[in-house]
Structures are given as structure tokens and as C-alpha cells.
Ligand binder design. Structure first.
Ligand code: PGA
Length: 263
């Protein structure tokens, strides 16, 4: 069974002090709750702080059940790339994940399918699990191009990866990010139901079976369960609602209640 992942993308929020306090609060919450539920009924939690806050988060969360990762990386291991961060530096801090191809990176910072592929390969080589984001814009959806865009983003980035490569995909419709306009569960479900067989045909049935497909875009405590009910939704990538400990933990709580069959 795929363990659901509840991941918080903090974007350019929280410096080291606020990030450390958040990590301590969430760790306390997880430690308290884990006495009440069995490990298998628990989603995996992960946070994605800014680079400067990562060491503080690593201080608190290294070796715990809560994972953390970088929001971006470069594809070279070192060199003259001012302002960039190598995947190996993230691995050295104990990161498990790195986001690749978030729509804000694509639209605001010129990230392309080609750079995403290089980053995915470099992240894997450094022992990180890439969390690849894909998703269509509103004009693309309205022109019936949703599946064409997703297929292009996945094909150019993932085809030909080694069969043992472990990665996660987040479907994040661009029109749902930070807008309060969540995709309806059927809208999310139909894209996820497209991605899994696509992985099976283009990588392998084993990869399709084990790869987690997250939904992202205005996920909140009160809509996460309906999204998780979709057969191919294995968790959520959360922006705004991951910035407060209370709402991040409420989302994790809702996922736990869903997994224990309580709701
Ligand atoms: P949001 O962001 O939850 O604020 O819509 C999601 C994301 O950008 O990953």
C-alpha cells in the first residue's frame, strides 16, 4: 500500500526562527498523536522550508518521522552557478525530498521541462526523492489541453528513468494554486486516473503501483478527505494551509481519520 504523504510547501515564508518553532510544534503534535493511532494509519508528513531555514528544520526533525526537503535544486553537483544549491547539499542536511518544476518556478523563473529532467536526474543521483510538480493553466484547461500538457510534462521529464528510481508526482492545476479555487474531487481524480496508467505504459507497472500521486492547489482541512477519497490520490501538497501549525496538523488529522476509517 502507498503511504499517503501530506507535504507543506512553505514557499518564501518563514525564516530560520519561525521554521524551527513550527518544526518543534509539529513534532510535539505527532509525538502526542502517535500514542493514539497505529503507524500504518498515519500519513507521512513533510515540510519544504526555504534554503536558509533548512538547517534549523534539520536540527529539529533529523532522524524523526517527519521528512523535509528543498523547494528547488540545481542539476550540477558544484561549480560556478551563483545563487544555486546542489542536490548534494540538501542530502547533506538530511533532506529526503526536493520539489522540481513547481508552477511558480516554471512561470516566474523560467523552469522548463528540460531543466526539470536534469534536476530529477541530479536529485536521484544525490539520493534525494524528487517530487515533480505538473499541471495545466486555466487557458490550457479551457482549451481542452489538460491531458496534453500533463503528458508533455511527464514524458519529457520521466521517460527513460532507471526502473528503481523513486519519485513522487504532484498534480497541481495552476488555476487552483493560491486562489482558493480547489479542483473538484472528480477533476483531480480524472487527472490522477490518467497519470497512473500513463506511468504503467511509459515506465513500468511496478513504478505506477508504487509511485505516490499527490494533489495540490488550495487544499484545506475541510476538503482534503474528499480529495483523498479519489482512488489515485495519495496525498496532498499544501501551500497556504501549511503555514499555520493548526491547519497543517488539521489536514494531517483529517487524513489520519480517513485512513482509520473514522470518516
Ligand atoms: P496552495 O499552494 O495550497 O496555497 O494553493 C499549493 C502549492 O503551490 O503547492
Amino acid at each position: 500500500m502507498r503511504i499517503p504523504l501530506v507535504a507543506g510547501n512553505w514557499k518564501m515564508n518563514k525564516g530560520p526562527g519561525a521554521a524551527r518553532a513550527f518544526a518543534q510544534d509539529v513534532l510535539r503534535w505527532v509525538t502526542d498523536s502517535s500514542t493514539k493511532v497505529k503507524a500504518k494509519e498515519y500519513p507521512e508528513l513533510a515540510v519544504f522550508p526555504s534554503f536558509t531555514a533548512l538547517p534549523a528544520v534539520a536540527d529539529v526533525l533529523r532522524g524523526t518521522a517527519i521528512a523535509y526537503g528543498g523547494q528547488n535544486c540545481h542539476w550540477e553537483p558544484s561549480g560556478a552557478f551563483t545563487g544555486e544549491t546542489a542536490p548534494g547539499f540538501l542530502a547533506e542536511l538530511g533532506c529526503r525530498y526536493v520539489l522540481v518544476g513547481h508552477s511558480e518556478r516554471r512561470t516566474l523563473f523560467g523552469e522548463t521541462d528540460e531543466t526539470c529532467r536534469k534536476k530529477v536526474l541530479a536529485a536521484l543521483a544525490a539520493g534525494l526523492e524528487p517530487l515533480l510538480c505538473c499541471g495545466e493553466t486555466l487557458p490550457e484547461r479551457e482549451s481542452n489541453l489538460t491531458f496534453t500538457v500533463i503528458e508533455r510534462q511527464l514524458r519529457s521529464t520521466l521517460v527513460g528513468l532507471p526502473s528503481a528510481a523513486s519519485f513522487t508526482i504532484a498534480y497541481e492545476p495552476v488555476w487552483a494554486i493560491g486562489t482558493g479555487r480547489t479542483a473538484t474531487p472528480p477533476q483531480a481524480g480524472e487527472v490522477h486516473a490518467f497519470i497512473r496508467p500513463w506511468l504503467s505504459r511509459n515506465l513500468s507497472p511496478e513504478v505506477a503501483e508504487r509511485t505516490r500521486l499527490l494533489y495540490g492547489g488550495s487544499v484545506k482541512p475541510d476538503n482534503v478527505v474528499e480529495l483523498l477519497r479519489q482512488p489515485d490520490v495519495d496525498g496532498a501538497l499544501i501551500g497556504g494551509a501549511s503555514l499555520e501549525v493548526a491547519s497543517f496538523c488539521a489536514i494531517a488529522n483529517a487524513a489520519t481519520s480517513y485512513l482509520t476509517g473514522l470518516i
